[in-house]
Design a protein around this ligand. Structure first.
Ligand code: SF4
Length: 513
């Protein structure tokens, strides 16, 4: 287990924030200034084998998983003769909204992918599923996660003659499979997976067979479902619900499932290891109506909020969530404390990619495009604001300003996760630690920075208790990956340690759209 200590100055509260610690200058929409203060979900995957509406179900599944990635989406289907694909930048509804596109995705098996890039750039050639023609035939793969030795492997492969098309870590797997000497497709996949390190949930589609695999620690989720006799693999159960499929089970950490006409076969190609699912799935990433490893995400968030109320009570008139991610934790806090829950901040759900990029003169409006205070419920009240996390602190500061401007008598902030002080290297887009406000300011410094009367985070033990670990976090064998809080990285960070870097940049300038 690796421990990373973020940059921690001796007198943190006296520290000034980096000069660029302000609203980033990103265009609206994907990676907007208003979304940039959250950790970005990784990716969503979906696969279905043995259904006449395979591509349509896949598009619907990707739609349910849109929260896991909004930069691009793609589907590859297999019709018994050929693979068919459609991939593009944008949202699922825009990419797969046309009848012509859907009709082109023929076949009874398909896999799909939503992407938020954590490695590689936002380019059409990086859009997944990736597809390659091998000696054994075609294979498409869709990957959620991040390979932590991908750059090292990529350089070795390039030196041996591999020609890469994309800048994603997922393509490394394609080349590992291609250059494997194993005798069957399954054995080549196993051989490739045994050479990579990192966090991944993968679905793969070859001729007449679908694969699904979770990394040995199961950092990223993957579940199996069934509809009309067809088998589904997907990141979250909400993608089963949308098509009326039944949940069968979670794919276990380190499990490889092979699905073909004869049924489902399960292999264990890795050494046994204690699982470490990403705890942030429960805090923020997964949809609240999903069930991850048997635990309802909504229920987990409410319990986290209740635990927060036990640990950090404060006298106030109303509990207000920072919507939408703070909603269940705020409900839990309100129920536990007996303080009324109110929707004191209203979110505009229609701030999207089509909005014009703001000019400098209106950029200061900032977060109001997405959130507005519900003045009649805020005015004169002592408000407890509940949010899931603080990343850069930019949104929190704006929200507090907005609530005060609406006449709040006091503003107290409660955060439903421990301080986010370390970068994620397992497929979640996190700023470097010098941009993580909790890594640069102590609690009092952060309270002043955000401008609230009081600020409290849930404790690490409290978080684990809320998740059903009654003794809190076991430091010897924690139940979850919590590296962005603890700095304890459960999977080797080989590229980072070797100085290979964390992202492959392209030599080719490419015009998108
Ligand atoms: S570092 Fe944080 S976000 Fe990344 S996998 Fe671990 S818990 Fe999840």
């Amino acid at each position: 287990m690796k421990t990373r200590n973020s940059f921690r100055p001796a007198h943190k509260s006296e520290m000034t924030l980096p000069a660029d610690f302000s609203m980033p200058d990103a265009p609206l929409g994907m990676g907007t200034p208003f979304d940039d203060d959250k950790l970005h979900e990784e990716c969503g995957v979906f696969g279905i084998f043995g259904h006449q509406d395979a591509a349509a179900h896949t598009a619907l599944g990707l739609h349910a998983l849109q929260h896991r990635g909004q930069e691009s989406a793609g589907i590859v289907s297999y019709d018994g003769n050929r693979f068919n694909t459609h991939r593009n930048l944008g949202l699922v509804g825009d990419i797969f909204g046309s009848e012509k596109v859907m009709e082109s995705l023929k076949g009874s098996s398909a896999i799909g992918h939503n992407r938020y890039s954590t490695t590689g750039e936002t380019l059409v050639r990086n859009v997944q599923p990736l597809f390659a023609e091998f000696a054994f035939g075609g294979l498409a793969i869709a990957h959620n996660g991040n390979l932590t030795n991908a750059l090292t492997l990529r350089r070795e492969l390039v030196n041996r003659g591999s020609i890469f098309h994309s800048t994603t870590d997922s393509e490394v797997l394609i080349h590992m499979i291609s250059t494997s000497w194993a005798n069957t497709v399954t054995n080549r996949i196993v051989d490739a997976l045994q050479g990579v390190e990192g966090a991944y949930s993968l679905v793969g589609l070859a001729e007449n067979v679908m694969y699904g695999v979770r990394d040995p620690l199961g950092v990223r989720p993957l579940v199996m479902g069934r509809i009309d006799g067809a088998t589904i693999l997907t990141s979250e159960t909400c993608a089963l619900d949308i098509i009326g499929a039944e949940y069968v089970r979670d794919i276990e950490p380190g499990e490889l499932v092979i699905i073909d006409e004869s049924g489902v076969q399960s292999l264990r190609p890795f050494a046994a290891a204690k699982s470490r699912l990403c705890i942030f799935e429960y805090i923020y990433f997964a949809r609240p109506d999903s069930v991850v490893e048997g635990l309802s995400v909504y229920e987990a968030r409410k319990k986290i909020g209740a635990q927060l109320a036990i640990e950090s009570p404060v006298e106030a008139d109303i509990v207000v969530p920072v919507p939408d991610s703070g909603n269940p934790a705020a409900m839990g806090y309100a129920e536990q404390s007996g303080i009324p829950f109110e929707l004191g901040i209203i979110r505009n759900h229609y701030v999207g990619r089509t909005f014009i990029e703001p000019t400098d003169s209106i950029r200061h409006l900032g977060v109001k495009l997405k959130h507005n205070a519900n003045r009649s419920y805020i005015e004169g009240k002592r408000v407890i604001l509940v949010d899931d996390s603080i990343v850069r602190g930019t949104t929190s500061t704006k929200i507090v300003e907005m609530v005060r401007a609406a006449g709040a008598a006091e503003v107290h902030m409660r955060i439903a996760s421990p301080p986010t002080m370390h970068s994620c290297h397992y497929g979640v887009d996190t700023p470097d630690s010098d941009k993580l406000v909790a890594a640069n300011l102590d609690l009092e410094g952060l309270r002043k920075h955000i401008g609230v009367e009081s600020l409290a985070y849930i404790s690490m033990d409290g978080l684990y208790k809320a998740m059903g670990q009654e003794n809190g976090r076991d430091p010897a064998t924690p139940h979850y990956c919590d590296a962005c809080f603890s700095g304890e990285y459960p999977i080797a960070l080989s590229d980072l340690d070797s100085g290979a870097g964390t992202a492959q940049l392209s030599l080719l300038a490419e015009q998108n759209g």
